[in-house]
Design a protein around this ligand. Sequence first.
Ligand code: GLS
Length: 797
Amino acid sequence: MTSAEMKAAILHHLVYTQGKDAVTAKTYDWRMALSYAVRDKIVDRWFEATRRAYAEKRKRVYYLSLEFLIGRLLKDAIINMRLEESVLDALKDLGIEWEEIIEDEPDAALGNGGLGRLAACFMESQATLGLPAMGYGIRYENGLFRQRFEDGRQVEEPEDWLNQAHAWEFARPEVSIDIGFGGHVQEIGSRANWYPSEVLIARAHDTPVIGWKGRWGNTLRLWEARPMHGFDLARFNRGDHTAAAEPEAMARTLSRVLYPDDHTEQGKELRLKQEFFHTAASIRDILRRFESEYDDLRLLPKKAAIQINDTHPAIAGPELVRILHDERGIDFEEAVGIARNTISYTNHTLLPEALETWGEARMGRLLPRHMQLIDRIDDLHRRETGTHDLNAHHDGKVHMGTLGFIMAHKVNGVAALHTELMKSTVFKDLHELHPEKIVNETNGVTPRRWLLSCNPRLSSLITDSIGDNWVDHAEDLKKLEPFTEDAGWIEKFTAAKHANKVDLSNWIAETLEISVDPDSIFDIQVKRIHEYKRQHMNLLETIAYWLEIRDNPNAGWTPRVKIFGGKAFPNYIYAKEMVHLANDMAKVMNSDPLTSRFLKVVFPPNYNVSLAERLIPAADLSEQISTAGKEASGTGNMKFSLNGALTIGTLDGANVEIRELVGAENFFLFGMTAEEVMTHRAEAGHAARAIAADPRLARALETIRSGGFSPEEPGRYHMITDNLTHHDYFMVCSDFTDYWRAQRDVDAAFADKAEWARVAALNTARTGWFSSDRTIRGYMRDVWDVEAAPLVDLAAE
Ligand code: GLS
């Protein structure tokens, strides 16, 4: 597409789609016009891919996830369609700022963190690989809350991304599916009729997801809840105006909010309803498509793979069995077999508080037929395996992890260590019964968004050095290794990183009014705020460093900027205290004349995908410091390495694989192993002993305790200090001393600029393996048994 054609397309959409004159058009109007112009190009490719999937009778992958953290879409679309040049020229011609347009797009925050972002990366990789796939999620009216700070405290505000028109989606009112809840069941022999007492409509909204070079496009289908009978005119006419609108409001509630936590089991009826609503609509849609192409349901596992992203859609098993058995008349055991061979399940956490269970009373009331079928599935599993005590339904609850396991042909973990821990802990007994079921698929991230798009300086250097094949063959980044020995090339690498740091420094100065020195170590910890992720350990180390500088301000300290980002679950008081403490510390430290040359603390509010894209390219040091055994994988860790940051981290999640790939000598390792954590935790008084043994730690804790950062309220952080001193489940104190040691190794290493840059470049060169293309290929081979369509280059046509 030429620049002139692009310009004409933008102007056309500005006038005829957006209904605005160029003279009065605002940034929003230009953004919409540009988005429609780009979308037009995508739609052709998307249709073509869809037609091919049908014509070639391809097996499809269905990715069921309660979260898709897709972020902004415009830049992604422009880059994948190779339209940057024509767009940049056209905008220049029109006198419109590219940055302003890109920044105007709201982040689609339909997810909490890693789990939801992974789903988004997977969608992009599937499209890049030419794998016919469809993502199914919920179209939350309010995504993850917006975070603001008020006197350093987190305040949550509703996210209203749908307030403006959403350029990327197509409403599909013709795809409306009835979803029932409650009511009663009438059994007829083995089968049953279910008569729900409440029925809602799931309405589809489709967003095209385009792969690299526009060679393939898939669909993200999000469900919106609508009432069966909209507005009650009779009631309205009787004067009961509020009641008339009630059914609509009740239904809308269901797709209104994303639960703002992914590590707590949500014992809320609304959450269970959301899960069933999403899953049942998706399963119906999958069967409708299948039955339009084939007339033998026994072929389902050959033509469809359904991936359950964590247990949230785990009701898919019983629901599929219900349709196959009750509605289509397939024998119960055969129905279970078909469902199992179609479904697979990904586990994303071992934290006990996050393993979903639903009370049998609630489940029985809301999903009476499913409750019966779960018992029959348990019964069948007992007969198959000769065991008695591995039911999904036990102790008055339905255990969704067990249900997911029993109803899947494959169950995967998301990093090597996590998968091994699954086998030896939560799924130990089930694994012994089904040793072939658990497989590992280490997570990945899409290099299009997480390198090419977010880090144009480094990307150009890479492409100038090795060509652009790396973009969809990220293993090619290995070819950079010889360049890391070339001092001239390392200088260019350093210049790219430095320029990214200058950009970030300017942004920090403008938005937060904090001045930071781009020559400092940019030390970044961004992720959800949680005790297991141990932001407080990082804060304690920051305090200890600050105190040390104060003791001896002229000792030639290595300057650091400690950057934090992340949201705390609104009810998670401890995590909110950590946020508050970080902000209180920033206030004191950033204005301390003795230390502020050497140490700054920066905590931009509302960490989201777009902020991650801004921060990660500017990082020197990536903080991956979770208590070993607790972080299933992490994906931020991969993004940092790929962008040339060094990692300070524990042997947890995918850190283990990062360290193996980049080389142990290029990784700042500290802390206990998962095994050591388990034994050490059992020893009473571990925290007190650790504190007694490390005066720096004792002093840092005491500084918080005595109100060093909250003089107006010295007791403000007792919750944190008391917990760390007496309990410390996450072993902050026991790992602190080694963490401090590793941080000082970082200082020493940073002093040798050229060597640091060489290792940073090696990180980029050696972490191409973490492309989500590799992960998706793994699922295709080990889990889905599916092949991609051969691709034709857009440019070649
Ligand atoms: C998570 C894990 O906590 C992360 O370690 C992991 O990278 C991610 C994707 O697999 O899944 N599990 C979860 O419930 N939320 C996550 O981010």
